[in-house]
Design a protein around this ligand. Sequence first.
Ligand code: SAH
Ligand code: SF4
Ligand code: F3S
Length: 469
Amino acid sequence: MSTAVTVITRDQMREQRDLAAKVRRHPARPASYHIVTLGCQMNVHDSEKLAGMLRDMGLSEADTRGDAELVLFNTCCIRENAQRKALGNITWLKELKKAKPGLLIGVCGCMMQQQGMAERILTQYPFVDLAFGTGDFYRLPEMLLRLLESGARVVDVGEDPSTLFEDVPVYRTAPHKAYVAITHGCDNFCSYCIVPYVRGRERSRQAAQILKEVEALAASGVQEVTLLGQNVNSYGHDRGEMDFARLLQLVSDTGIPRIRFMTSHPKDLSDALIEQLATNSRVCGHLHLPVQSGSDRILGLMNRRYTAEKYLERVRALRKAAPHIGLTTDLIVAFPGETEEDFRQTMDLVRDVRFDSAFTFVFSPREGTKAAAMDGHLPKEVATERIERLIALQEGITGEVLASLAGTTQHVLVDGTARRREHLTGKGERNISVNFPGDPALIGRIVPVTITGAGSNTLRGRIMKEETT
Ligand code: SAH
Ligand code: SF4
Ligand code: F3S
């Protein structure tokens, strides 16, 4: 595998914009698009860029895939069910295409970047018109033009997705909050994980580019940015320009009211980052810090590069400096060779830390990863039984944590109306949803809400005073 990062030049990006103009004028250009996005926030953000480029080419957004002339699938392959879902969706489109022969179908994202997938699409999915990977999508104008001019399918997946590019138009739907990618790819090679293979080498955007983007967002009234990366807190290791804590300070200096970030790796949780979380009032009091397992033996096999004790030490340091902070995590059960004793250590760690919430996953073997080839894969029944115990434990803790927040004030960025129509909903600093009665005119604003009660995953409250903070 190559270790080089390919920086796409301004001239290359300019060329794509010229090609976008040609697509816009092309008589056979589709009039509308619909993007289906699977996977994580990075994929959601990539879809915002795909939408930006398609709009630049003159296409408008269709509300449903049935209404669109071009349907793009931005896929995920993190676990087997994610991949199954992607392939199922594509097969479903085959039927739609029978009814609507002019329909163009595109597939992109992480699944396409897997070894052998491009060939598989070529042979098994002949109704797919366009396929590209995670490192090439800036060339969408070029690929769409090729498709329109030749009428032949375009399958163009580069072997190494480690590209770095700027100046792609982004179409963001919410006016009050925005994703901003700060790093791409991952070099950690956790033994179970496919991401380093499908997203390429870890590479940080230049700080000046990130700050320019956040400044523009702040100027347009955006209230909250979420800085994205597979491992945000290793930001800058590749450039040597600055670290993540310094970047956070500079992002907050732009005047953007709120900053979130994800995902952080425990091995890179520095004291300087803890200090930012503790003292910078623009940085939200929430840290997503995936622990994966509470057993040192399993953490070693996972290649996570910390021990349970090291994780707990970082949590203690964080809570000492910033007791108000909510912690969330990711956990994997039934990693190859996981014994009942290893699993019990995970349960103990969860009891010890008391996370606000946790994403729990059953280990899913991904072809080409080290863990897939390890001995000791566990039967499904064992995995199911363990994940159920873990979920029940965490649900109890979540209930207690939420109940303990009664009487506190959460500053909620209002996203919209809740299911109960007269109620608004949004997230407080700790990233927990809060529902409360209020005027829809407050959507997009940050309001102080006193917490009056808790459901299983959400808080209830009432507005302290109808002012932005
Ligand atoms: N970069 C982030 C998130 C990666 S994917 C991080 O390092 O934390 C999100 C989560 O999916 C991971 O934290 C892990 O818990 C889970 N995951 C990844 N690969 C998996 C696999 N093969 N089987 C089960 N869960 C997996
Ligand atoms: Fe995957 Fe590990 Fe990288 Fe996260 S840090 S993306 S789990 S390899
Ligand atoms: Fe999935 Fe790719 Fe994200 S594999 S989780 S969409 S980085």
